[in-house]
Design a binder for this molecule. Structure first.
Ligand code: GZL
Length: 350
């Protein structure tokens, strides 16, 4: 069903009805922190028994292009989307894995346009190069929702909403911890960056550098992409140990847990103790990362909540039913020390 086919009056009536129901759930899409589980809001989402699907009872067809399957975070994110956008909840989901290739995502989006889906959603593997295909979606009158990662565009009308964490703040919190907890003496930091050109890699680097800028004790001596994968994290860390010398590396800052876990393998293979000889700070807080934190192999983790399925379902339902949605919905994240990880692990959802 395409919005342009809906008679305006019905759309308006539906919008009023749904606004009341969302407000009743303590939700409300009038704020920048929308009423959604991952953003800490109400439980109005279809997955929580909300009004999933379109107002006339039809399934909402959604084309979703996923980055890939590169990390534990991505697996949890995919699971959240697939277990929420179900027929039972009022959706017909077409899902594709782009294997971290932008061209595959562009092709998938074009396929969804040709299929005439009601809504397209995707997590852009990199920030730039999307305007052309997003203009094709706009020409086909198909609304686009961004999840997880942002696009870099001059024309923000090309998407209706972007829901994801604040990656600059994640990097800032990692840098603040390093500066305050370890930066009381001169320390050398090596950095495992995420996928080159991706919003999380760009923003987590910027946030970390901003947080350490005033502390002359903290120096980033090497920085290279590990593409968010465990294997590449290990390879690059092996290179750092060779090029910098283990005695010249005090801290590893990895843009995600998986690269940090790969680096731990390299550090241990070199006969060193991760979390002691080389302190480690990562971002995501997926189960394997939290276990390494609890075991003392990682020292601090900033969370990046992957459970975007219910929020995405709510946004899509609102868009199709003519309910206004926020342009930017920021997902709330926590952070964990080793002690906090031990406490949190039993109840972690991912
Ligand atoms: C962040 C997400 C990143 C994760 C990685 O929202 O895009 O991609 O931090 C994942 O683990 O690969």
């Amino acid at each position: 069903m395409n919005l342009s086919t809906l008679p305006r009056l019905r759309t308006a009536a539906v919008a009023i009805a749904l606004t009341l129901s969302v407000a009743a759930c303590g939700g409300g899409s009038g704020s920048s922190e929308a009423a959604s589980p991952a953003a800490g809001g109400g439980d109005a989402s279809p997955a929580a028994g909300g009004e999933g699907g379109s107002a006339d009872g039809e399934l909402i067809s959604v084309g979703f292009s996923q980055v890939g399957a590169e990390s534990g975070w991505r697996a949890a994110n995919t699971q959240s989307i697939q277990e929420t956008l179900t027929e039972e909840n009022g959706f017909e989901l077409s899902f594709s894995d782009a294997q971290q290739q932008q061209q595959n995502q562009i092709q998938a989006i074009r396929t969804y346009i040709a299929q005439g889906v009601d809504v397209i959603a995707f997590s852009p593997v990199v920030e730039s190069g999307w305007d052309a295909v997003l203009e094709e979606a706009a020409a086909a009158d198909i609304p686009v929702v961004l999840t997880d990662r942002a696009v870099d565009t001059q024309n923000e009308d090309l998407y209706v909403s972007f829901i994801g964490s604040d990656f600059v703040e994640e990097g800032r919190r990692a840098g603040q911890w390093v500066s305050e907890e370890l930066g009381t003496e001169p320390i050398n930091v090596v950095e495992l960056q995420g996928t080159t050109g991706s919003a999380p890699a760009n923003d987590r680097k910027a946030g970390f550098e901003e947080a350490i800028a005033d502390n002359d004790n903290v120096t980033i001596t090497a920085s290279q992409t590990g593409n968010f994968t465990r294997a590449e994290g290990r390879q690059v860390m092996e290179g750092f140990l060779q090029s910098e010398g283990a005695e010249n590396i005090d801290v590893l800052y990895a843009h995600n847990d998986d690269m940090g876990l790969g680096a731990i393998e390299a550090i241990e293979a070199a006969g060193l103790v991760p979390g002691e000889d080389i302190k480690i700070v990562t971002i995501d807080a997926v189960r394997d990362g939290m276990q390494a934190l609890a075991d003392g192999k990682i020292n601090f983790i900033v969370e990046c909540n992957p459970l975007l399925g219910p929020d995405l379902a709510q946004i899509i339902t609102d868009v199709v039913n003519g309910v206004p949605v926020d342009k930017r919905i920021v997902v709330e994240d926590e952070s964990f020390t080793q002690e906090q990880a031990i406490e949190a692990l039993p109840d972690r959802q991912y």
